[in-house]
Design a protein around this ligand. Structure first.
Ligand code: TA6
Length: 299
């Protein structure tokens, strides 16, 4: 496993990265002229993305746990090779195992305004007990005036495979009551676990109750208009046709031990997913990339 000491030696030529321990995890801080970003090798989990002179665009729960037994609550959890509950095996954890595995930092490229990292997760006897397929997952993270996180899954086996996936992004907002989400008008959506198909008529979605919406045929950016922080976060994506919008709101928030009871006020999840009719099927040797590209603009 790559410890901070091993990473410092392996990447001793790199100027913009520092390595540290966060709970049970090895963590990396990236700082260039444009932004700062933190991530862990555990789950290749992006924890924060803060443009210089601005607020973090990502939310991290104040009650997040940094142990190997729990996914980290906040930032960008990688939900792979399944999104949501396992289709058949209810003993399996929701949202797959990628966010609970140690990824490996493979490459770092630096320039004044852009730093690019790649991390990898390769199938093993451990993963094949959970999901019997050979794969290589390559996560390319570009930190600049946008955060571009692109997850490529390659089928390295001899047979076909299919997976669902979500880049389950927690966005940092000032006050959920003063947020409106654009880019979803006229889109059809399901509320999680409810078979009724709805259509959003309004231009902007306000969150005034628990929302767990899965928007279909939704390939473009969503916009989080945050009045209290006087900014709009642009949650753009590629390689994904289903956008999930989730906030547990007041009641369901109490069911999450790693979210404070009032935590729902400070985040909204907008997730680039491949789910429902957007399951990804790969022939042997083929690959697919799912990306999020996040940035901010000011009123
Ligand atoms: O994407 C929304 C969702 O599927 C919700 O149903 C809720 O379960 C959330 O993900 C968090 O899931 P987690 O397994 O990270 O606690």
């Amino acid at each position: 496993m790559q410890t901070p000491e091993k990473l410092s030696s392996q990447f001793n030529h790199v100027k913009q990265l520092s390595f540290y321990t966060l709970g049970e995890h090895t963590a990396i801080k990236i700082k260039n002229n444009i932004a700062t970003c933190d991530l862990t090798l555990f789950g290749a989990h992006i924890l924060s993305y803060t443009p210089t002179h601005s607020n973090d665009l990502l939310w991290m729960s104040p009650s997040a746990l940094f142990t190997k037994q729990m996914p980290i609550r906040g930032g960008i959890p990688i939900c792979f090779p399944w999104f949501g509950p396992h289709n058949t095996d209810k003993t399996q954890r929701a949202h797959g195992f990628a966010r609970l595995m140690q990824w490996e930092l493979k490459t770092v490229l630096e320039s004044d305004n852009l730093t690019t990292l790649t991390l990898e997760l390769i199938s093993s006897e451990i993963t094949k007990k959970l999901w019997p397929f050979d794969f290589k997952a390559i996560y390319k993270i570009e930190i600049g005036n946008t955060l571009n996180a692109a997850l490529t899954v390659k089928n390295t086996g001899d047979s076909g495979l299919s997976y669902t996936l979500g880049l389950h992004t927690y966005f940092n907002i000032g006050d959920i009551e003063q947020v409106s989400i654009g880019g979803l008008q006229n889109k059809e959506y399901y509320q999680a676990y409810n078979p009724i198909l709805n259509t959003q008529k309004e231009e902007y979605l306000s969150i005034t109750q628990e929302e767990n919406r899965r928007y279909l045929n939704c390939c473009k950016a969503a916009y989080i208009n945050d009045k209290s922080l006087k900014r709009t976060i642009v949650a753009n994506k590629a390689g994904s046709r289903v956008t999930v919008v989730w906030n547990p709101y007041l009641e369901d928030c109490k069911n999450f031990k790693d979210i404070p009871d009032d935590g729902y006020v400070s985040f909204v999840c907008i997730e680039a997913t491949n789910t429902y009719d957007n399951t990804i099927e790969l022939h042997s040797g083929h690959q697919h990339t799912t990306s999020i590209i996040i940035s901010e603009k000011f009123e």
